[in-house]
Design a protein around this ligand. Structure first.
Ligand SMILES: Cc1cc2nc3c(=O)[nH]c(=O)nc-3n(C[C@H](O)[C@H](O)[C@H](O)COP(=O)(O)OP(=O)(O)OC[C@H]3O[C@@H](n4cnc5c(N)ncnc54)[C@H](O)[C@@H]3O)c2cc1C
Length: 347
């Protein structure tokens, strides 16, 4: 029997696991991927770290910023040079009251640092959560069943909803009205939220190409491009010039099921129309299809969810939806606040 199982090693799940573990709880984090960080993602493309999700961390919450400051290798004030008057996906990101931070090793340095000292079981997909004989059970896709006193679900909102719907089926059969109503209420609440997609293309070029006088460009008038980030300006001595092209949500949604070659070519053509013909012929490309990139702006809640079932078992739900503003700061805050609630308000 585990004390606490946290499902999802994104920033929200790791912040929660860390808060609980620092207070003496025994926590197991289970994560579907081969690494931690979720959407706060860095990949090595052609040997070079490239940020694939957010292009920089930003925020104004002192506790969040203090957590970021504990990670070695931070580089303050990226992007320094901004071109265009289009809006970033979180417009407040560029306002004076927010700090902006990147890491030479990539933004995943932040979740990796949060995960230090935690027990994280990677490559483990959770297929469902149920309650049997007053015990919470986490069922993995390979058929393993893990039992726990408390379970924290920290996934993109659509995926958290799936696990709660699964839980609702078992509580309605066992523990009567109170539990069934609580879980059904949580499902109804989560159904109000949705995430937007983002088709992303990494494009690598020779380092000595034509100069680019900016770190990020936000085109105002493009149907398809939300931003172009000059990612390699975050790296100490990059082997390649790397641009990250992020598609707008509506444009991305319309092309989600098309082959990457098709939408990748559109993004490159649009970049070339702005930067010059050289941008149409990268040395290498890497497409990434974010189906659930970030929660729809302005629809977030203020607090994480905590359900207490009639046998005393607790289920918490955290993630970027559960703190104002969405994004990485909100994910971190929701995880920390859920940890506080689980510690301060025993069943
Ligand atoms: C392209 C893009 C641009 C963005 N831009 C910004 C920005 O400018 N500013 C900003 O603040 N934020 C931005 N974000 C959003 C930010 O990345 C997210 O809000 C934040 O990282 C979410 O963290 P999370 O912990 O809530 O969820 P996630 O990071 O999604 O973590 C959930 C984890 O759960 C795992 N998982 C999923 N299903 C299962 C399962 N069944 N079993 C086990 N594990 C599972 C996933 O693999 C993942 O690791 C952007 C995101 C993207 C993709």
């Amino acid at each position: 029997m585990h004390d606490v199982i946290v499902i999802g090693a994104g920033v929200a799940g790791l912040a929660c696991a860390r808060g609980l573990s620092e207070a003496g709880r025994q926590v197991l984090v289970v994560e579907r991927s081969r690494g931690v960080g979720g959407r706060c993602a860095t990949r090595r493309v052609d040997g070079q770290p490239v940020d694939l999700g957010p292009m920089f961390l930003h925020g104004d919450d002192p506790a969040f910023l203090a957590a970021v400051d504990r990670v070695p290798g931070a580089m303050e004030d990226w992007p320094r040079l901004i071109d265009g008057v289009g809006a970033p996906c979180q417009p407040e990101a560029l306002q004076a009251h927010q700090r902006r931070i990147v890491f030479a090793a990539g933004l995943s340095a932040f979740p990796k640092h949060l995960a230090e000292g935690l027990q994280v079981q990677l490559s483990t997909t959770v297929a469902g959560v149920d309650v049997v004989d007053h015990t919470l059970r986490v069922r993995t896709a390979d058929g393993t069943v893990l039992e726990a006193n408390d379970v924290v679900v920290a996934l993109p909102v659509e995926q958290s909803l799936q696990l709660l719907v699964d839980l609702a089926e078992t509580v309605s059969g066992t523990d009567g009205q109170h539990d069934a109503r609580q879980v059904a209420g949580a499902c109804a609440l989560l159904r109000m939220f949705g995430s937007v997609p983002c088709l992303t293309l990494v494009a690598g070029y020779d380092v000595d190409g034509p100069p680019l006088p900016w770190d990020v460009q936000y085109p105002a008038d493009s149907e398809c491009l939300q931003l172009i980030a000059h990612d390699s300006t975050k790296r100490a001595s990059p082997a390649a010039r790397v641009l990250v092209l992020q598609g707008r949500p509506r444009w991305s949604r319309q092309r989600l099921e098309l082959p990457a070659e098709s939408w990748g070519a559109e993004l490159l053509a649009e970049a070339a129309s702005r930067l010059g013909p050289w941008a149409a012929s990268p040395r290498f490309t890497w497409p990434h299809r974010w189906r659930l990139a970030r929660v729809e702006r302005g629809t977030e809640l203020r607090q994480p969810l905590r359900l207490t079932l009639s046998g005393g078992q607790r289920v918490g739900v955290a993630g970027e939806v559960f703190a104002p503003g969405g994004g990485v700061q909100a994910a971190w805050l929701s995880g920390m606040r859920l940890a506080e609630r689980l510690l301060k308000e025993p069943g």
